[in-house]
Design a protein around this ligand. Structure first.
Ligand code: ATP
Ligand code: MG
Length: 458
């Protein structure tokens, strides 16, 4: 038995028992009172009926007859005159009976009265009725009943109550045990699941299908477990990719450094090797920079500081920065940007986005082709779209959904030649989504690619 069901069970049990005790108490005392009431009323009614008979004819025979009748029952009668002389009795006049007959007889009401009702302490309960003939009080009829029979009846009643009470307690215990187990079982299962989660075992499955809050909790834990499992897998894959990506350039650096330091190679050759080493180091440092960027995004320590940015000015600034690279590859860049368009974005982060997109457009196009950068407002959605279109190698349709994955490159070898790490577009996507925007790809293999970003206007 676990702690929570023990606690819950105890609480339920105490509460139910308390309610039961209170109810039983009222039931018992109500029943008892009404039983005693009935006994007293019956006693008095019997006395009344004798008195009526005696009022009809107060002769010796009738008196005798009444006494005889009572000697056969569990009640007793004493008939006496107004002066105190006993006319007839159905039992011996014990001191207890005699003391009960000492009551002030002058005040007995017409309908009779109860002389003794203390059944617990006295040996008799008693009533008295007046005998009135021609409006003259002639005597009294005393009725007695031995309280031992009442006590016997009451103890029987108590016995029944005890029996029902103990049955009820047993039944309550069983119900409470069952209920508290049923309520706490899912909680315990969830606790065990979270314990396993905290130990790194994410393969938990909680089968709790109810639609209440417990069901929701179970669902949340299940989702958490699934997410953690997914994250763990992703992290492992990511680490594997990183080490792979780092190893390749390092192998080059190591290999060429080894060759370059050999004696007897020409200055020209050495320069060539040093150049390769330089390029690879460059590649490594950009890889590390990108990784750092992604790590910041993952840690949420990456803050987007949005501001009102004039798109044309922003684009103009950008094109100036990439001018040398364009020039080198003899690529013609066409920019269309209507004036007066403003966006709400983080200037330096968004510059990173645009540079990544333009860098791709340059890298994956042949020289002397055209790259088009268009900024416009969508009339229907009223959103801002920025598209970068190239006439380059394009992306095979099957690869399109994958290019935003980290380290994903369509053709690893070719991309390596151009120094790509496969992180550019994943960074683009993260930053655009952090701005509340979306990225779309439209590409035809061998013809060209259009990458479109959609964000809100200022
Ligand atoms: N404009 C494009 N034309 C053709 N292929 C593209 C284009 N943009 C991206 N790709 C393909 O998508 C892959 C992923 O692009 P991404 O920018 O993420 O990586 P990368 O350019 O290889 O490296 P990085 O940008 O990190 O230097 C690229 O390797 C390339 O195969
Ligand atoms: Mg790129």
């Amino acid at each position: 038995m676990n702690k929570i069901s023990y606690k819950l069970g105890l609480l339920f049990f105490s509460f139910i028992i308390l309610v039961e005790v209170i109810l039983f108490y009222f039931l018992y005392s109500g029943l008892l009172d009404s039983r005693i009431e009935e006994e007293l009323a019956a006693l008095r009614a019997r006395g009344e009926s004798h008195r009526h008979v005696l009022e009809q004819s107060l002769d010796d025979m009738t008196i005798e007859h009444v006494a005889l009748m009572e000697s056969e029952t569990d009640t007793d009668v004493v008939i006496m005159t107004h002066e105190g002389e006993v006319l007839a009795k159905s039992t011996e006049l014990t001191p207890a009976i005699q003391s009960l007959m000492q009551t002030e007889r002058g005040h007995v009401p017409f309908e009779g009265m109860i002389v003794e009702s203390r059944w617990e302490t006295q040996s008799y309960i008693a009533s008295v009725s007046p005998i009135i003939i021609n409006e003259q009080l002639v005597g009294h009829v005393y009725m007695f009943k031995d309280t031992s029979s009442i006590q016997k009846m009451i103890s029987k009643l108590q016995h029944h109550f005890m029996l029902v009470g103990s049955l009820l307690v047993i039944f309550t215990i069983i119900t409470v045990l069952f209920l508290s187990q049923a309520i706490t079982q899912p909680l315990i299962r969830m606790k065990k699941a979270t314990e396993r989660l905290s130990k790194g075992d994410f393969s938990v499955s909680i089968n709790h299908t109810s639609k209440d809050e417990l069901g929701e909790l179970a669902n949340s834990i299940q989702t958490l477990a699934n997410d953690l499992n997914h994250l763990k897998k992703e992290r492992n894959e990511f680490l594997a990719s990183i080490s792979h990506e780092l190893r390749t350039p390092l192998t080059y650096v190591k290999g060429y450094a080894d060759i370059a330091r050999r004696k007897g190679i020409s200055e020209e050759e050495r320069n060539k090797y040093l150049h390769i080493i330089y390029e690879e180091s460059e590649h490594l440092s950009s890889l590390v920079k990108d990784l750092f960027e992604l790590a910041k995004i993952d840690q949420h320590s990456f803050v987007i500081k949005k501001e009102k940015v004039s798109m044309c000015e922003f684009i103009k600034n950008l094109t100036q920065k990439i001018e040398p690279a364009l020039h080198k590859k003899k690529i013609n860049l066409i920019v269309t940007c209507p004036t007066g368009i403003y966006a709400n974005l983080d200037r330096s982060r968004f510059e990173q986005v645009m540079i990544n997109l333009l860098d791709n457009a340059l890298k994956y196009s042949s020289s002397e082709s055209t790259v088009t950068l268009k900024v416009k407002v969508n009339d229907v959605t009223n959103k801002l779209t920025i598209s970068v279109e190239d006439e380059g190698i394009g992306i095979p349709e099957s690869e399109i959904p994958l290019i935003f994955n980290r380290f994903h490159r369509v053709e690893k070898s070719r991309s390596r030649e151009s120094g790509g790490t496969g992180l550019g577009l994943s960074i683009v996507k993260e930053i655009v989504e952090a701005h509340g925007g979306k990225v779309f790809v439209d590409s035809q293999y061998g013809k060209g690619t259009v990458i479109t970003i959609e964000i809100d206007q200022f």
